[in-house]
Design a protein around this ligand. Structure first.
Ligand SMILES: Nc1ncnc2c1ncn2[C@@H]1O[C@H](C[S@+](CC[C@H]([NH3+])C(=O)[O-])CC(=O)[O-])[C@@H](O)[C@H]1O
Length: 325
């Protein structure tokens, strides 16, 4: 498949909508995937995507989980084929997914994160929503389960795009789209009623610019749902990690929730509320047969799980909601 064919397969139905002008930049982006695919990995994934069997979706649940069909919705041979193909897209980090009886037991229980925030946010029914840093797109399906009218996720990681396309293959037609972009590549669209960004703020070197970019995607009065790593402390407390935090490179600022609220207010948000704070457990983030490498257990001090292996406070996350003035 060529870049332009891939583009038309994925985004044809968006070309007449509000994102049309901006979407014109995507074919160039996709071109670079083919150009830079030195080991042919992207083309291999695409070939494998093309082999996924066509199975009528059967019962779909997106309200309580991401489930399509069950073990009886196809024959054992097809089920094995589905599992074998999906395993080619490992590591699976965000999920879980249940596809025709195949349980993709991902590293993260992303459903727990959704449970923690779902009752606190503005109802999504009929809304246009954007998820910045959507990973494999798990939460996009849950947003659609809450009857959002248009669901868009952006994430620059190719494997997550492929994983999303694999899940979408089984879920069939839905106004749920993954755009393979980083936030810095998006024009300020001021088009979304709710903008989510979960697990991304601490990866950004300039958190103020990032929060402003999120704001610039919202309509006036729209809601930001921000989930990020935090530390305990007052309005003046922000931890800047060294080379690594819980073995992750690229971790910059971990503010206290009070500091984060000061940032949000200064940037023009109001009604800022902390709706959840929780320490990440090794039950929520762990090694599985779908993500076989190290996970949280290995990133904590073996003698003291309140600390990371580098001696920082162990991962604690907060969900904050705020309104764009
Ligand atoms: N510039 C960028 N723009 C957008 N996304 C980016 C960028 N850089 C990295 N990402 C993406 O942000 C996601 C962060 S993971 C959170 C997933 C989900 N939201 C979750 O809450 O489970 C958390 C973690 O792995 O620490 C990854 O999918 C990156 O590819």
């Amino acid at each position: 498949m060529t870049a332009s064919a891939l583009f038309h397969t994925c985004y044809q139905d968006l070309l007449n909508g509000p994102l049309s002008h901006w979407l014109n930049t995507l074919p160039q982006q996709m071109d670079s995937w083919y150009r830079d695919d030195l080991h042919g990995e992207f083309k291999k994934w695409q070939r494998l995507l093309g082999k996924l069997p066509q199975v009528p979706p059967g019962n779909i649940d997106l309200r309580e989980s991401v489930t399509v069909g069950d073990a009886s919705s196809t024959d054992p041979y097809t089920q094995k084929q589905i599992e074998g193909l999906l395993r080619q897209f490992m590591p699976w980090r965000k999920g879980p997914y249940f596809i025709h009886g195949v349980h993709i037991d991902t590293e993260w229980r992303s459903d727990w994160k959704w449970e923690r925030l779902k009752s606190h946010i503005e109802p999504l029914k009929g809304k246009q929503v954007l998820d910045v840093g959507c990973g494999s797109g798990y939460h996009l399906w849950r947003m659609y389960g809450e009857e959002a009218a248009g669901v868009y996720g952006i994430d620059p990681t190719q494997l997550f795009f492929i994983q999303f396309m694999a899940v979408k293959h089984f879920l069939g037609e839905a106004p749920v789209h993954f755009l393979p972009l980083g936030i810095e590549q998006m024009q300020p669209l001021k088009a979304f009623d709710t903008v989510f960004s979960m697990g991304v703020l601490y990866h950004r070197k300039d958190p103020m610019e990032f929060l402003n970019q999120l704001k610039s995607q919202l309509v006036k009065g729209g809601q930001l749902v921000l989930e990020t790593l935090i530390v305990d402390g007052d309005e003046q407390t922000v931890l800047m990690a060294g080379e690594r935090y819980a073995q992750m490179r690229n971790v910059w600022f971990l503010p206290s929730t009070s500091a984060l609220i000061v940032w949000l207010k200064r940037l023009g948000f109001s009604d800022c509320k902390v709706v959840d704070e929780s320490v990440t457990s090794t039950a929520e983030q762990r090694t599985t047969s779908w993500m076989e490498s190290h996970s949280l257990q290995d990133f904590l001090d073996p003698d003291d799980h309140t600390k990371t292996i580098e001696g920082y406070p162990a991962p604690k996350r907060a969900v904050i909601i705020a309104t764009k003035n």
